[in-house]
Design a binder for this molecule. Structure first.
Ligand SMILES: *[C@@H]1O[C@H](CO)[C@@H](O)[C@H](O)[C@H]1NC(C)=O
Ligand SMILES: *[C@@H]1O[C@H](CO)[C@@H](O)[C@H](O)[C@H]1NC(C)=O
Length: 330
């Protein structure tokens, strides 16, 4: 019941709203919000790719040269680090193994490291990886050509590998080899999302558009991608997700036409799944924890980031030594 007092001279309307009515109104608003949140935007019409289109990214098209099928068995890794490299990058792999890629870095936290490799373009660049594979057991190689455009194929190879051999893991991270990764900070951060599904975080790019000029490294012709914008996606430098998403992204890829931009491609799959990638940030000061600019090494700056982008193997080793010697803190 609404009681209103009308002040004739002041032309004012004053209403006293009983609490019951107020509570009912608020409840209705909350339901309306939840309803709208669930129902909009309208569902997309999904179309399966043709056989030819799907073949490009299908796991059954390529064969493993090296695989580690038993790696996760009985292990329940907390985190799987998936690092795309080329066969030639042996120095990079060595630097990652002796810095943030060490599997026993944090006592009691099981971290698995894996390098994903394709076939080199130049047959003369072929290396015999058998010894490296035997020593470290961290190499997964498939027989597609290892080119920039085929990074999408490589990323789907990672998702399929996780979905096939490592569903006992909790989280997985795709991370480039030239990155500084603050493993202790990442592990602490992930503990806050332990029981979440459909969780994926990194540096979110929300306003990107396809480049239509042929000169661009990121050129995307309209017949491959007709839309004028991309859904939000995560910078490919490094992103982390709950393990359930590996299988879901692999399934979604049956509906998403391959584009040669691997980070956009994962974003398109997330869009099909209606999973929103989330930023990881701190307030006061506002800080994106996945730093995609290059910053000069400073212990106190780097202690407050999860990743920082763009270092050579020797820079990584030098920074890491200082960072580890200070106990991973400021
Ligand atoms: C690679 O290394 C793993 C683990 O050491 C081993 O089980 C596997 O047989 C090796 N693969 C090849 C093709 O040599
Ligand atoms: C991707 O890999 C396939 C299989 O090796 C190869 O035929 C194709 O040329 C590669 N694509 C590009 C654009 O490099």
């Amino acid at each position: 019941m609404l009681k209103c007092v009308v002040k004739v001279y002041g032309r004012m309307l004053k209403c006293v709203v009983p609490h019951r009515v107020l509570a009912a109104g608020l409840t209705a608003l909350v339901f309306m919000y939840l309803f709208l949140k669930e129902t909009s935007p309208p569902p997309k019409r999904l179309e399966l790719l043709t056989k030819e289109q799907y073949e490009i990214i299908s796991p059954s098209t390529y064969k493993h040269v090296f695989n580690q099928p038993g790696l996760c068995e009985g292990k329940n890794p907390f985190l799987v680090l998936m690092i795309p490299v080329t066969q030639e990058d042996s120095e990079t792999r060595a630097a990652v193994r002796s810095t943030w890629g060490q599997e026993n870095l944090i006592p009691g936290v099981n971290i698995v490291r894996l390098f994903f490799i394709g076939e080199p373009r130049e047959p003369s660049a072929r290396r015999d990886l058998r010894k490296e594979n035997r020593t470290y057991g961290d190499i997964i190689q498939m027989d597609f050509l290892d080119t920039y455009q085929n990074l999408t194929v490589k990323t789907m190879m990672m998702m399929n590998w996780l979905a096939t051999y490592c569903t006992s893991a909790r989280f997985a991270m795709k991370i480039d080899a030239d990155i500084f990764l603050n493993v202790p900070y990442l592990v602490r951060h992930l503990h806050r999302h332990l029981h979440e599904e459909d969780f994926i975080t990194g540096s979110v790019i929300a306003d990107a558009r396809p480049r239509r000029d042929r000169q661009s490294k990121w050129f995307l012709p309209e017949d491959v991608y007709p839309h004028n914008s991309f859904p939000p996606y995560l910078s490919g430098a490094g992103y982390v997700f709950s393990i359930d998403l590996a299988r879901k992204i692999a399934l979604a890829s049956r509906f998403v036409r391959p584009v040669p931009l691997e980070d956009v491609y994962v974003g398109l799959c997330l869009d099909v799944l209606r999973v929103r990638p989330v930023f990881s940030w701190t307030l006061l000061p506002f800080r994106n924890l996945f730093e995609v600019r290059r910053l000069d090494y400073d212990r106190c700056t780097f202690a407050k980031r999860i990743i920082v982008t763009g270092f050579t193997p020797s820079e990584l080793r030098r920074m890491w030594q200082d960072f580890r010697d200070s106990g991973f803190t400021c």
